[in-house]
Design a protein around this ligand. Sequence first.
Ligand code: MRU
Length: 334
Amino acid sequence: MDQTQLPGAEVYVTLTTIREVVDAMKRLVVRGAPALGCAAAYAMALELPPTDNVAAWLTQLKKNACALEAARPTAVNLGVGVRLQLELGHGLAASGQGSPATWTKQLVQIAQAFHFADQESCLALSEHAQGLLHNGVSVLTHCNAGALATGGIGTALGPLHLAHSRGVKLHVYADETRPLRQGTRLTAWELARHGIAVSVLPDSAAATLLAQGKVDLVFVGSDRIAANGDVANKLGTYPLAVLAQKHGIPFYVLAPGTTIDPACPNGSCIPIEQRDAAELYDSASQPEGVDVFNPAFDITPAELVSAIITEQGLFQPHGPHQGLWLDYVNSFKA
Ligand code: MRU
């Protein structure tokens, strides 16, 4: 679904070239780290020559990988989807079994399996979060980490969808999420269409909302989690974590294991995508001599995170249970 058109219109697009997929990723037609990973895994099977020329098939596979990985640098899931397919492609070519045409079909099957695994992860992590959601609970979220952003029911919004389907009454506060307004346009649309009570607020109202005691929990997604538990997510997440600590409100990050980057020791190593000035000014309105600082993501230090909830359960990256988190992170290195 073309997410740039929501909430006005539900328009589906079919993308058949790498250029189209990369453009769709950059323009946020498809967005959200797990959804980008799924889209990238499928896209790796595009434009591969059906002839028996193995070298040409591998060359195109590598070209696909380079173009896709560069589309959105912070969302590590994208690279996971790409590298899975790249390794598979190299393995198939080295095996000498089958032909490029059959290998391409295998890549599509692996993309489907990757997509299915993401659905399962969303469900499992949502189940792990159910204990936090009692009747009448009020949850603040930022950006969109729902079904639109994943292959399944969502990460930060997944537990809310699940609890709602089981009759739990909840209220969601959705930050507007400047400048592209994923909260107002996507999260509010997604929750309202499922009958979940939702209020949107300007990002700058979050402090007032928390100070007034209107929020029980903060739930956010992530684009990349460093080995020490530092979390990259949509710009504006870090200030929410600071506020949550100030007001004694638990701050949870919900993400599948594919969002963890064991090769990245801490948040300072996470590449942060810089977005265009046009997201703040159209070309006619930008005053001369004015520069724009528009990072797409920020880093929340691990010590502000109450727990990271994945398909494997709740982990506390900071404090006495840090060892369990580190063991979990190390399991991805194998
Ligand atoms: O720039 P976006 O809209 O792709 O940013 C998305 C986010 O920051 C999400 O919170 C994150 O990808 C997690 S989605 C399950």
